[in-house]
Design a protein around this ligand. Structure first.
Ligand SMILES: *[C@@H]1O[C@H](CO)[C@@H](O)[C@H](O)[C@H]1NC(C)=O
Length: 133
């Protein structure tokens, strides 16, 4: 009886360890947008986000979003907001992540490279990608 309990404990510990090891290989949740995957070509700049998002019925929908309604420019930094396109451009999407790079004009008129994790600015509304603000 004692031996059986000891074996069970060892098995439980082993399973727990392998579960932890697997979890380490899964990308961090912060690199994803709320059940959506970015589909943009990473080599083509665009102001429009294209994403496939999980809908409540379990299906996957593809939708697009004009980021001019979701992103703004704070002294050369892309931030959640709006109207970024009057002073920023050249948005590039990093494949498989929610990281977007661009260039923006700072208050002193210099052009600055900037990047933003758009998972704070964009969300999934029943399978449709939407602005959070
Ligand atoms: C202009 O402002 C940006 C952002 O604050 C700064 O990084 C840059 O060094 C400034 N450039 C000049 C020429 O002052």
């Amino acid at each position: 009886m004692y031996t059986l309990n000891t074996l069970s404990l060892i098995l439980v510990l082993l399973c727990h360890q392998s579960a932890l090891a697997t979890a380490d290989l899964v990308p961090r949740a912060s690199s994803l947008i709320d059940g959506c995957t970015v589909l943009n070509d990473p080599s083509t700049p665009s102001d429009t986000l294209i994403a496939s998002c999980l809908a409540p019925d379990g299906s996957t929908k593809v939708s697009s979003l004009d980021l001019n309604n979701c992103l703004g420019n704070n002294n050369g930094n892309l931030v959640c907001g709006n109207h970024f396109s009057s002073t920023c451009g050249n948005l590039f999407f990093e494949a498989g992540t929610s990281i977007v790079q661009g260039v923006c004009k700072a208050k002193n008129q210099s052009i600055v490279n900037t990047m933003i994790d758009i998972s704070n600015c964009v969300g999934n509304n029943a399978g449709i990608v939407v602005c959070k603000n």
